[in-house]
Structure formats: C-alpha cells, structure tokens
Design a protein around this ligand. Sequence first.
Ligand SMILES: C[S@@+](CC[C@H](N)C(=O)[O-])C[C@H]1O[C@@H](n2cnc3c(N)ncnc32)[C@H](O)[C@@H]1O
Length: 289
Amino acid sequence: MKKKGHRRGSPAAPLTDWGDVAKWYDQLVGEGGSEYHQHVVIPGVVRLLAPRGGMTVLDVACGQGVLCRILHRGGVKVTGVDSAAELLRLARMRSDASIEFIKADARDLAPLGERVFDSAACVLAVQNINPIRPVFAAVSRHLVEGGSLVIVMMHPCFRAPKTTSWGYDEQQRVQFRRVDKYLLPRKEPIVTHPGSAPDQYTWTFHRPIESYVKALRNEGLLIDAIEEWPSHKTSEAGPRAAAENTARKETPMFMALRARKISAAVVPAKREQETSHGRGVQGHQQDQV
Ligand SMILES: C[S@@+](CC[C@H](N)C(=O)[O-])C[C@H]1O[C@@H](n2cnc3c(N)ncnc32)[C@H](O)[C@@H]1O
C-alpha cells in the first residue's frame, strides 16, 4: 500500500484507507455483501439501528456501499462516506443514484458541513482507522441528540490478527482460541494477497475494549448495547467437527457496540485516557501510522 500524505484539515496521522485494494475488496463484497456481511454483520447492524422509512443514516467508511444499498431498500435516506476515491466510484456504480456518497476522512468529516443525521454506522472499519478519538468526535458532531452510532468490529479479545489463533487440545479433545496479546494497542499490516502481491496490505489497529468505551464516552457517546456475534459456519465432517462447532459457538467473531449521543450539557468535563496500560499504538514497523 502506498504511503499517503497528510491532508489539509485532517488529523496528523496519515490516511490508511483501502483505495489501493479497492478492486479486490469490491470483488470480495459484491452487490449484497460477503458471506459474513450477509449471514451475521448486516442483519445485526440493521437490528441495532432499527431503521424506519425516512430516517437519515450516515455510513462511516462505507467502502463500496454494501450497507447503504440495504438500508436504502428499506426507505432510509443514507449517506456513505469513505476516503478511498476508487471505492466510492465502485459504490456509485453499484448503487441507486439517490444514495449519496461523499469523499471524506472519517477523522474530520468536514465535507458534511453542518449536516446532522438520525443515526450512524461504522461497519468493519474502525480497526482500520487511527486515531479513533477524532472519528467519534466527528460522528458525534453530525448526530442528532439521542441518535445512535452502531459500530461492528472483529472481536478485539479473540480475533486480533496474528496474536490470536485456533489450537486443539488432543487430550481433552477441545478446540480453543489462543490469545497471545490483548491489552496494549498496536498496529499490524495485513497482506491481502500473500503469495502473489506481498506489497499490497492494509493496516489493522488493535485496541482493547476499554479504549472504545472511553473514547466514545469522551465524545458524549454512551454505550447502550454491546453484542458478541459468532461465525455462522458449521463443520460437517472430520474427527474434530464437533469440537470446532463448539469452539465457533463459544468464541465470538465480531463485537458490536451501539452508543447514543447524550446532551452536551451532561458530557463529563474530565476526559479519560483511552488506555490505562499502553503508551499508544505499538507498531510492527517504526513508521508512524
Ligand atoms: C474493511 S473496509 C469496510 C467497508 C464497509 N464498511 C464494508 O463493510 O464493506 C474498511 C473501510 O475503511 C475505510 N477507511 C479507512 N480509513 C478511513 C478514513 N480515515 N476515513 C474514511 N474511510 C476510511 C477504507 O477505505 C475501507 O473502505
């Protein structure tokens, strides 16, 4: 992935959008979503958003617009923002012309001007953006009081890339999830085509759950729902199928948070440190991302 420069009006850290892997991501997601979007993520997001006809929803880091299309079918007035121009081009190509797609860095959302929305969503993207405080500050500015932000991410405890993995205990015949690291924030490059294009990668930023709770609360967004969703898949055959199915059901793959914007008058004045343990994002490489 090419290194991207800082942009005027955006936070100091460079953009880590998915413009360079847009074609690959668009093929993976397609018109109606990847397998995980279809079976787990989108049904969960729609339930937490509880959309109604005429409601306005902002889809933050919308990618090629999969959630926007589904909400639009239910009569929602949806606006998608992403900082990857190529993903927005594909989003417009795949979607009804009445869905608005705007190029914006989720960390400032300046192109939205003074607009406010009834609700917002950020699906499988918050772990690709750093830092998160300005994302929540910007979303909060563009939400009506009482409006909700629904966030879905890979489960930070059990699904962090490279530091969590499946294992199998032969004696107990138990499949388990091994967690090597959890509490300290860090970043990892994820290569999209390990064999054929080792230079194509995206960044994943790991943070413990407390970082999300504190960063949201600092921006007047109070969590009123947390859900943990397992994979929908099942193993049919093989000597470990039963153990695999138990482990899949017991070990959530995704975590969803819903936070509601409270009145500015009751936002606590004292901001909390986002992590009580770490020293900010620990890097795989030394470059500041
Ligand atoms: C895994 S994709 C998810 C896209 C979409 N929400 C979905 O569910 O298919 C992560 C998205 O975050 C976007 N992104 C990363 N950093 C961003 C930023 N600072 N501002 C806006 N979008 C960003 C990427 O361009 C990419 O579209």
